[in-house]
Design a protein around this ligand. Structure first.
Ligand SMILES: Cc1ncc(COP(=O)(O)O)c(C=O)c1O
Length: 396
């Protein structure tokens, strides 16, 4: 076992930052039920509303009351798709457009609607992971109920052109949803500039606690509860308020907004250093994602002739934690649906690693990875039966 510990899996989740932890420790005593009218309840309510304002500010939502707290990104996304399911039963519009590279919680929610008789289009993306806009334009029409496109991809970091996607959707009167779980806290997010009706966010990607997220819903856009019960969150999401999670979320969001530029500069310079070290020291690698529209912290690399899980485990022995594709897809033997969608064959897709950097990454850590990785790849390639040059040139 290595004495070093280098975490490069920030897109899977982030550590709780000290400032958020401090606020949460104090919040442990804010036990009032925010729905109660007495003072304890009012105290909790005030904290929750302050947190809501901070989270709203992070996505440039002018009215914090358009933001509903949920248990995370998966619930927020499912709430939107469930709303469309209920709406679609009484409307002519029963077509959903999404992409083939969404997070599984969107893909599976969309697949469920398909089973229920909706027409669902999973748009292709190009070799950089950008939506095929010609196919998108062709799919649009008066029958489209919802367009749901992620703001940035969790595996390869590609940022989509939400502004243009939403503009075209609005021309045909469709609602627009974006899963901004990976974008928030990394790049500027503005629900108004993008002109989206729904926006999903999750707290554990921005150095806050897990199990808390939010859904932005534009005024007048329809929304139906996934969880019915009390009147919390204007009846959109029942259940006693998660004071601790919400207060932590508020602080994480406040700090993320303050530090957005600093975060992008820090992570992108280290990410570029890692990319350059890999390219310089390891032959025949492929860098995935769109270099012109890329999350500042994400680097996805294919190492033909080396198997991803073996790379991951070898790095783990050196104290370096990375991922093969998304955390949610790990455990599955299937190649990443995102890497397949950008045109990698199964072998290349299986030989890919996501390095996702964060606030606490350091140059020393990146240089350490730059030292440890090349011999690992060389050793695994030697063990491979197919020469890596052959795999590198074989794209599906
Ligand atoms: C793009 C994207 N959407 C949704 C989710 C799910 O969010 P949560 O873990 O809060 O349910 C994730 C988390 O991995 C994600 O990366």
């Amino acid at each position: 076992m290595s004495s070093r510990y280098i975490y490069l899996d920030y897109n899977a989740t982030t550590p709780l930052r000290a400032e958020v932890r401090d606020i949460m420790v104090k919040a442990l005593d804010i036990y009032g039920n925010a729905s109660s009218m007495h003072e304890l309840g009012r105290t909790a309510r005030a904290e929750i509303e302050a947190a809501r304002a901070n989270v709203a500010a992070l996505i440039d939502a002018k009215n914090p009351s358009n933001l509903y707290f949920t248990s995370g990104g998966s619930e927020s996304n499912n709430t939107v798709f469930n709303t469309m399911f209920l709406l679609g039963r009484t409307r002519e519009r029963r077509k959903i457009i999404t992409t083939s590279i969404e997070h599984p919680c969107v893909l599976n929610a969309a697949a469920h609607l398909k089973e229920e008789g909706f027409e669902v289009v999973f748009l292709n993306v190009d070799d950089r992971g950008r939506v095929d806009m010609d196919q998108y334009r062709r799919a649009l029409g008066p029958d489209v109920l919802l367009v749901s496109v992620m703001a940035a991809n969790n595996e390869i970091g590609t940022i989509e052109d939400l502004h243009e996607i939403a503009r075209l959707a609005k021309e045909v009167g469709a609602f627009v949803h974006t899963d901004a779980t990976q974008a928030v806290g990394k790049i500027p997010v503005s629900v108004d500039d993008w002109d989206v009706d729904y926006c999903t966010l999750s707290c554990h990607k921005i150095y806050g606690p897990k199990g808390i997220g939010a859904l932005y819903v534009r005024a007048n856009a329809p929304i139906e509860p996934l969880i019915r019960g009390g009147h919390q969150e204007d009846g959109v999401r029942a259940g006693t308020y998660n004071n601790l999670g919400i207060i932590g979320f508020g602080e994480a969001a406040r700090l993320a907004a303050l530090e957005l530029n600093e975060y992008a500069a820090h992570t992108s310079s280290l990410r570029n250093l890692l990319r350059d070290l890999i390219i310089k020291r390891i032959p025949s690698v492929r860098i995935n994602g769109d270099p012109d529209n890329l999350l500042p912290n994400t680097l996805n690399v294919s190492f033909p002739g080396a198997e991803g899980e073996s790379i991951l485990l070898s790095l783990d022995l050196e104290g370096i934690e990375v991922s093969t594709g998304s955390a949610c897809a790990s455990g599955s033997l299937d190649p990443s649906h995102v890497l397949m969608a950008i045109g990698l064959g199964p072998e290349l897709a299986h030989g890919s690693i996501r390095f996702s950097l964060g606030k606490y990454s350091t140059e020393d850590e990146i240089r350490y990875v730059g030292e440890k990785l090349p011999p690992i790849i060389a050793r695994l390639r030697k063990m491979s039966t197919v020469p890596f040059e052959k795999i590198a040139s074989a794209r599906s």
